[in-house]
Design a protein around this ligand. Structure first.
Ligand code: ARG
Length: 579
């Protein structure tokens, strides 16, 4: 709709320019927004305000001329001028109803991608295998998965890349600990945090151990088979812990999506050579650096990206450069999205720039850091266990399910145990995911079980429940969403508001895909559920005063049900038919 309106305005502007009302050469970016208040129509544009100055006209006069020049369109019932000169467009209810009919008849709810589809690499989760996965990776995993699902739904080819940290000096210490006491180590591996701490303790207390750890790093780098075997074993165990979290979360990640830092090892010398050949390298205190003038430190000197240490070792940034080259050249990505902590923003700005200058990344490949804020505890302080340790994700998910179980049982004591369990799972896991997804990703957020499990407000329980309300209408009738005859007629104010919202689904998904912001979809579904509630309250469905009206309302309800379900699924939430 917005595109249609933009085109109509463009045509009016062209006509006005031809008629000499507007000076030639104006090419404004025409903005069309959804209105908040339906008494102002469905869409609004500030074009007359924008052009008033260059056209040397009063905004309202210009608005009147524009309205007169607007071509008629079946989708628009009227256009009004409001306030200082806004144009308010009212959509034609019949045309809107036809669009919803088309959505209802389509498996994909009438959603198509605006613009061409492409290949999108999504870098998500990417924990360090040396340690237990922590809450930061939970955010990356959940947000990245939701955006990946939306991109796929819109028709893009998504390539998930779990860029795990499976290389580096910490591994020396871990391998030394495995070697020292294989039997004990095997037991300890079930708790990586514990294993890491035990290794670190040995490293700090014994010089002999520390030496052995350093040698092991070198032996690992030279590919000594026994070392490699230990290292592989460690990574397998650690990855299986991650996979357990992914499966519990219902996140679409599998071992096939893992392409860890170690997989770029062999490319690293070539990266340095390529940088040198381009004349980008500068030696500084023995280290190889790329200095970027546009990034300056506190003293105003250019900041370096260090790509090779004085001792010859490579860095996180070097590996990322190799990964960028691989993603652009080998995977042929049109976009590469990095769901990584906001605190790495500078790292990405700088490495993106180096990758461009070095020609590692094609001009046509977009590199986008989708940074996210820190997850804090309910008290707003860094998320830790009572004794200051790292919270194990699996424990967090267990607690969410237990709390959801207690809540649901309290509400429905008569439910059978297995049904209770499956509702608790959907609600508990859904609550953890939704709480994260519903916040603007760049802001920090406080993890709060009470808030996320509330049945009121923008929460998973509220939305899952809203969906079951729609589903129950159809269950009572014994009909599926796709078995309702008749056609949609939009009459009451509540029908109008619900219908207009339903028609925005595709646009919202487009924004999520473009900005990597799933909270936009959460806000949309929350609004939709609220509009359905008032529709349900004011517009009797089964007791409607005519058969045609009943069918029309059922069809609106069916489209609401399908949109809620599809939306929740794209967020990675499991829906329930009853709860
Ligand atoms: N392993 C890193 C960390 O835990 C995140 C990696 C993100 N991806 C990347 N391509 N750098 O901080």
């Amino acid at each position: 709709m917005k595109d249609t309106i933009r085109q109509l305005i463009q045509q009016a502007l062209t006509r006005m320019t031809e008629d000499g009302v507007l000076p030639a050469g104006l090419t404004p970016a025409i903005q069309v927004e959804n209105t908040k208040d339906k008494s102002h129509g469905d869409f609004a544009s500030n074009i007359a305000l924008m052009l008033a100055k260059p056209a040397a006209m009063k905004p309202r006069d210009l608005a009147e001329k524009l309205v007169a020049a607007l071509p008629a369109d079946a989708a628009i019932s009227k256009v009004e001028i409001a306030g200082p000169g806004f144009l308010n467009f009212f959509q034609n209810s019949d045309a809107l109803a036809r669009r919803l009919e088309a959505a209802l008849a389509d498996e994909r709810l009438g959603v198509t991608k605006n613009g061409r589809t492409g290949r999108v690499v999504v870098d998500l989760s990417s924990p360090n295998l040396a340690k237990e996965m922590h809450v930061g990776h939970l955010r990356s995993t959940i947000i990245g998965d939701a955006v990946a699902r939306v991109l796929e739904f819109l028709g893009d080819t998504v390539i998930r890349q779990n860029h795990v940290g499976d290389w580096g000096t910490q591994f020396g210490m871990l391998l030394a600990h495995m070697e020292e006491n294989p039997a004990a180590a095997e037991g300890e591996l079930s708790d990586l945090e514990h294993f890491y701490r035990a290794s670190k303790k040995r490293f700090d207390e014994s010089d002999e151990f520390a030496d052995r750890a350093r040698q092991l790093v070198v032996r690992l780098q030279t590919g000594e088979p026994e070392c490699l075997r230990l290292w592989k074993h460690f990574n397998e165990v650690s990855l299986s812990h991650c996979q357990e979290v992914y499966d519990r979360l219902g996140v679409r990640l599998s071992p096939a999506d893992v392409r860890g830092e170690s997989s770029y090892n062999e490319d690293l010398p070539g990266i340095i050579e390529a940088l040198r050949a381009k004349g980008l390298l500068t030696e500084s205190d023995g280290a190889q650096c790329v200095f970027l003038e546009e990034f300056k430190n506190a003293e105003g000197n250019p900041l370096p990206v260090i790509v090779q240490k004085a001792g010859g070792g490579y860095l996180y940034a070097t590996t990322d450069l190799a990964a960028m080259r691989y993603r652009s050249q080998q995977l042929k990505a049109d976009r590469v999205l990095y769901f990584v902590d906001q605190r790495q923003a500078l790292h990405f700005q700088m490495t993106f720039e180096v990758a461009r200058r070095a020609g590692f990344v094609d001009a046509a490949t977009e590199l986008e850091h989708m940074g996210f804020g820190t997850m804090n505890g309910a008290d707003g302080r860094p998320f830790k266990t009572r004794d200051g340790g790292t919270v194990k994700l699996i424990d967090l998910l267990n607690e969410a399910e237990q709390r959801a179980y207690a809540l649901v049982k309290d509400k429905n004591p008569e439910l059978a145990e297995d049904e209770l369990r499956s509702i608790a799972r959907a609600v508990g896991i859904g609550a953890v995911k939704y709480a994260d997804l519903s916040k603007h990703r760049a802001s920090d957020y406080s993890f709060n079980f009470d808030l996320m499990l509330s049945f009121e407000g923008n929460t998973a329980p509220y939305l899952l429940y809203a969906y079951t309300r729609v589903a129950s209408v159809f269950r009572k009738l014994g009909l599926g969403f796709d078995q309702i005859e008749g056609s949609i007629a939009i009459e009451a104010e509540q029908e109008q508001a619900l219908a207009a919202k339903l028609a925005q689904f595709g646009e919202v998904l487009g924004n999520v895909a473009e900005k990597g912001q799933p909270h936009l979809l959460c806000a949309y579904l929350y609004d939709l559920a609220g509009l359905f509630s008032s529709f349900y309250e004011h517009c009797p469905i089964l007791a409607a005063d005519s058969e045609a009206r009943k069918q029309s309302r059922l069809r609106l309800a069916a489209l609401t049900g399908r949109t809620l379900k599809q939306g929740l699924e794209l967020l990675g939430l499991e829906t329930l038919e009853r709860m």
